[in-house]
Design a protein around this ligand. Structure first.
Ligand code: ATP
Ligand code: MG
Length: 327
């Protein structure tokens, strides 16, 4: 069975972008693959996090994984910091990564832009991400389009390690959705939707109430035209909303275009909001049940145990090959 690994940062509430770009695929892949889904708290602290917020968000992201349909009996669900091997292999890969490679990463450029002080961890983030994936010899990594560049670096680093020290790591492939690989901000279609954005109107979280969802979608920026047409170059805002619609229904892009032909944006946005509400309401119900059940920590404990077993095996091999003394 092929292995899958991916994770999300507890750097805020999960958004529709996170769901459409990655979480939705986690849920389908668990039926056909040996899956490892983690909450990457070590990545979240590459930008400042308030301790109480980090704790709450770590619990919330874990609960949302389950609420979205990940079955902890099928997939291994765990917290990155609970499996210490991530930090350790992360360091080894930091030493294998070139400064020039990290300097080319657009996520670093985007997240450090205009900041007075930037933590070194934000710069070396991709080395840790490579370690996360390679530690389990994952074949497939479900991610949004924004992580493609980091995944390419992961592949380069795996190849570099294998060449230097002998065949050790599986070269992973990205698994990116056809529609919705990059959901854009509702207020600015030149930026991707991000849970860490300071403008709450730019994203829809999986926990937003129906009224908030309706308000955010009605305020979402469109253009001065009135044609519901998928054309990311000429109509990036409307195309983004169509991508969301397609992912919240079983309609294709062409079917959505046909449905709203000649009607303008009003009815389209209204129905889109209802589709999003209908998708999220049952998920939010399950979320509340999970948070109240108190089972989260048991899931994480079991997940960490399973993950650490795999991780330790592969870390030992890597260290031995590099010339560390292994007891
Ligand atoms: P942050 O702003 O803190 O980086 P984020 O919203 O980018 O948060 P991440 O935790 O970095 O979320 O990413 C989790 C997963 O969601 C990754 O697989 C990423 O590619 C995917 N993803 C993030 N944003 C989008 C988006 N706008 N559209 C599609 N996929 C996305
Ligand atoms: Mg991100």
């Amino acid at each position: 069975m092929k292995r899958v690994l991916s994770g999300m940062q507890p750097s805020g509430q999960l958004t529709l972008g996170n769901y459409i770009g990655a979480l939705k695929n986690y849920v389908t892949l668990q039926h056909t693959h040996d899956c490892y889904f983690m909450v990457v708290d070590l990545h979240a602290i590459t930008v400042p996090q308030e301790p109480a917020a980090l704790k709450e968000q770590s619990e919330s992201v874990t609960a949302l994984y389950i609420a979205a349909g990940i079955d902890p009996a099928k997939a291994t669900v765990f917290m990155q910091s609970h499996v210490r091997q991530h930090a350790e292999l992360g360091w080894l890969f930091t030493t294998l990564t070139y400064m020039g490679e990290l300097e080319r990463m657009t996520q670093f450029k985007d997240k450090s832009e205009g900041k007075d002080s930037v933590g070194a961890g934000l710069f070396t983030y991709p080395s840790l991400m490579a370690a996360d994936i390679l530690l389990y010899n994952a074949d497939l990594v479900p991610v949004g389009d924004d992580q493609k560049q980091h995944l390419e670096l992961t592949r380069d680093l795996a190849q570099r390690f294998n060449q230097r020290y002998g065949d050790t790591f599986t070269i992973p492939e990205p698994y990116i959705p056809q529609v919705g690989a990059r959901i854009m901000s509702l207020d600015d279609a030149s930026k991707k939707m991000s849970k860490s954005s300071t403008n709450a109107g730019s994203f829809i979280t999986l926990l937003d109430s129906p009224d908030v969802i309706r308000k955010k979608i009605s305020r979402a920026v469109t253009d001065s035209g009135r044609e519901v047409k998928f054309d990311p170059q000429a109509k990036p805002e409307v195309s983004n909303l169509i991508s969301i619609y397609a992912n919240c229904s079983d309609l294709s892009i062409a079917e959505i275009e046909a449905l709203y032909e000649g009607q303008g944006y009003g009815p389209f946005k209204k129905e889109l909001a209802e589709r999003v509400v209908a998708l999220l309401e049952p998920l939010q119900q399950r979320y509340r049940e999970i948070r109240e059940s108190g089972e989260l920590y048991d899931i994480l404990r079991q997940g960490a145990e399973r993950a650490a077993e795999q991780a330790e095996k592969n870390l030992r091999i890597a260290k031995e090959r590099m010339g560390f003394l292994v007891l």
